[in-house]
Ligand binder design. Structure first.
Ligand code: MG
Length: 356
């Protein structure tokens, strides 16, 4: 027995060690690993352009750059060419003048044609949500690079789920749902940034949680930042074209909590009182509504549905526990119901009591 104790201790020690080692890297792959499998190709038939919906903020419609600026706040140094926004190599990135937090973003882009360069040097630009979280723009139609840096990658973190790239020169679309990170007052992360992305209508990022801001080579930790920051398009030395850029600002996600359940006061009823409502109520056509009591609770059965709990508010008004619907009873002179009216979705459905 004594000889086994060191072995057990070793197992316990290993078990403690393993999670701490795993915690050093949030992924199974090192950043920019060329051996990381590349996603399979998918051919998209999405038709472009996609016109903005009525509540969209149009950031570029082909006419002017008034919504954009250079890093120093001066005029954006990119040009409008044939109604498209063209990256100017050496012109630096462009930023929206307005800041955005949670958004749905649509934009269309085209890699330069004829394609020049290879790897990260071929049709490289990027869409930086909040100027920090890059969805890669790259000519990835037939171009080998590291999987976490190809078109649609959350750069250096998550490769796209599939490669839906079109050839250089063809218009491509990104539809991005971005939820900004949330920070605690002490600066720690309450919720990481989340990105869902469609490339030419094909899902390529499925609620991916950013580990932190994206970066070349580096694994950057989160640092608390404002709730709204400009959208940025990257100048990576290639004259990538953009068009049809619009965003929809998203409302806060509903938080789990008590919600808006009606809190109308309940009336306490004895089983004897509840028994007055028990019976079968017919609508004339279809299956009847059956009211039953089980213990101290009244239940309504609508057609073939299972019994649904009724909460009493008064002698004439009951509500469904989980559904915004009420059952109103019309009482005869003896206090017993002669019919019920089921209120649901703005409709009132009367049913006459046919039996006890
Ligand atoms: Mg890039």
């Amino acid at each position: 027995m004594q000889t086994r104790i060191p072995v057990l201790s070793l197992i316990v020690a290993t078990a403690w060690l393993a999670p701490s080692l795993a915690a050093q890297s949030p992924a199974r792959w090192k950043i920019h690993d060329m051996t990381r499998p590349v996603p399979r190709k998918v051919v998209s038939q999405m038709q472009l352009p996609v016109k903005p919906p009525s509540d969209a903020i149009v950031l570029f419609d082909g006419t002017d750059l008034s919504k954009w600026m250079a890093a120093d706040g001066g005029p954006a140094k990119w040009i409008i060419k044939d109604g498209n926004l063209a990256a100017v190599p050496g012109g630096g990135p462009v930023f929206t003048r307005d800041g955005f937090g949670d958004i749905q973003l649509h934009l269309e882009w085209a890699a330069p044609t004829p394609g020049r360069g290879k790897g990260q040097g071929r049709g490289n630009s990027g869409v930086f949500l909040m100027s920090k979280y890059e969805i890669q723009v790259l000519d990835s139609f037939e171009n080998v690079t590291y999987a976490d840096g190809q078109a649609g990658a959350l750069y250096g973190q998550y490769p796209p789920l599939v490669n839906a790239s079109r050839p250089a020169g063809e218009w491509q679309a990104y539809d991005i749902v971005f939820r900004r990170p949330r920070f605690q007052p002490d600066g720690s992360v309450a919720q990481p940034a989340r990105l869902t992305v469609f490339h030419n209508g094909v899902l390529i990022q499925d609620s991916s949680k950013a580990w932190g801001p994206t970066s070349w080579l580096q694994h950057l930790p989160y640092a608390s930042h404002p709730d709204r920051l400009p959208l940025q398009l990257q100048d990576h030395g290639n004259p990538v074209l953009y068009r049809n850029i619009w965003v929809r600002e998203l409302e806060e996600e509903p938080r789990p909590g008590p919600g808006r359940h009606q809190t109308k006061p309940l009336m306490t009823m004895t089983p004897m009182m509840l028994d007055r409502y028990v019976g079968t109520y017919s609508q004339g056509r279809g299956l009847p509504t059956v009211i039953k009591r089980d213990g101290a609770t009244l239940y309504a059965t609508f057609g073939l549905l299972p019994p649904l709990e009724l909460l009493p508010h008064s002698k004439t008004e009951f509500s469904l526990r989980w559904t915004a619907a009420t059952v109103e009873f019309e009482l005869a002179a003896d206090g017993r119901p002669k019919q019920l009216i089921f209120h649901i979705g703005g409709e009132a459905r009367p049913a006459v009591r046919s039996s006890d």
